[in-house]
Design a binder for this molecule. Structure first.
Ligand code: FMN
Length: 319
């Protein structure tokens, strides 16, 4: 799997519909699910809600949360049966609920436990197991702790790390603040790559300029975008050309038609189109004509030609 460009796991955002729309814009971007706790897969009778995905989404990574090796191993087996390409352990979420459950970023204190979790997952999986970490938590001295943490978790045999390039503060900051206040430290991530050259390192945190960020691929193996893609999903039409040697950007007319087809197919299957429409509206937000497009998408009679006409009028269609 080519992890040059990844779209970060985001609760409340990266559901199957979002991922399908992203795939229409980029054939190659690596997509992630939202985090799902191992218990949700093991204790729920109706797991399809968590495991739901379509074949066109691949390559797609399932992100698991949890800290019990046996449970994570069982959850891994279920995910293996559902055509995902990789399973990623969340070692970066700093929310109070996650902290009180002893998983997510709290695990940055527990390298041996993380190694045990990843080893149990690896033993139960035919697809790669990876981890998404932070640089550290609270008042850890990351020059002292981080390399030791990584050395220990790599004993599980994993070969890829996604690194959110800041610390997490488990006391005093909420999740949103934890994505903004602790300073970004890309240099520290580059140093991980120097110290562990055989490990694939994917840089995450604050990336928002494809052309400029591309230079960072001299120091790391891939880039992971979160909020920027939510704010400007439309930019994904450029990914294959910039990052994957495709000759053309995705044609917007084709993109809109694929979205319409997906919406109709899902409505025919009996799904409410509302969730899909919400993601579609977001795809075109931020432009001067986005209100008009929103009205068209949310109306009962989705008029695709009208959307394309507006986009054409604004000279946005790619030749
Ligand atoms: C709404 C939202 C939900 C998130 N949910 C998750 C999650 O489920 N798992 C995870 O590892 N990170 C989660 N994150 C963190 C992102 O994956 C990413 O690490 C973070 O936003 C920094 O990247 P960015 O600056 O490109 O947004 C979430 C972020 C946002 C904004």
């Amino acid at each position: 799997m080519d992890r040059t460009f990844c779209i970060a796991p985001m609760m409340g955002r990266t559901d199957t519909h979002f991922r399908n729309l992203c795939r229409f814009a980029s054939k190659h971007a690596v997509l992630f699910t939202e985090m799902v706790h191992s218990n949700a897969l093991l204790k729920n009778k109706r797991i399809d809600k968590y495991i739901q995905k379509t074949d066109i989404e691949n390559p797609v990574v399932f992100q698991l949360g949890g800290c019990e090796p046996m449970d994570l191993a069982e959850a891994t087996k279920i995910i293996n049966e559902n055509k995902y390409d990789e399973i990623n352990l969340n070692v970066g979420c700093p929310s109070p609920r996650v902290k009180s459950g002893g998983f997510g970023a709290f695990l940055m204190y527990e390298p041996t436990k993380v190694k045990d979790c990843l080893s149990a997952m690896t033993a139960s999986s035919d697809i790669p197991i990876t981890a998404k970490i932070r640089l550290g938590v609270d008042n850890q001295d990351i020059d002292e702790t981080l390399d030791n943490f990584i050395e220990i978790i790599l004993q599980s045999g994993i070969k890829t790390l996604y690194v959110h390039a800041r610390k997490g503060m488990l006391e005093g900051l909420n999740p949103k603040e934890n994505r903004n206040i602790p300073p970004l430290n890309y240099e520290r991530v580059y140093r991980i790559k120097e110290d562990f050259p055989d490990i694939e390192i994917i840089l995450n945190g604050g990336l928002s300029d494809f052309l400029e960020d591309k230079n960072k691929l001299k120091m790391v193996d891939g880039l992971m975008y979160g909020r920027y893609v939510c704010e400007k999903p439309y930019e994904l039409t450029k990914v294959d050309k910039i990052f994957y040697q495709s000759t053309k950007e995705t044609n917007i007319e084709t993109l809109v038609m694929m979205m319409e087809k997906y919406l109709i197919e899902n409505q025919n299957l009996g799904f409410s189109g509302y969730l899909i429409k919400r993601h579609m509206v977001n795809f075109f937000k931020g432009f001067s004509y986005s209100k008009k497009i929103r009205q068209i998408i949310m109306s009962d009679n989705l008029n695709v030609d009208e959307i394309i006409r507006i986009l054409k009028k604004k000279h946005l269609l790619v030749a």
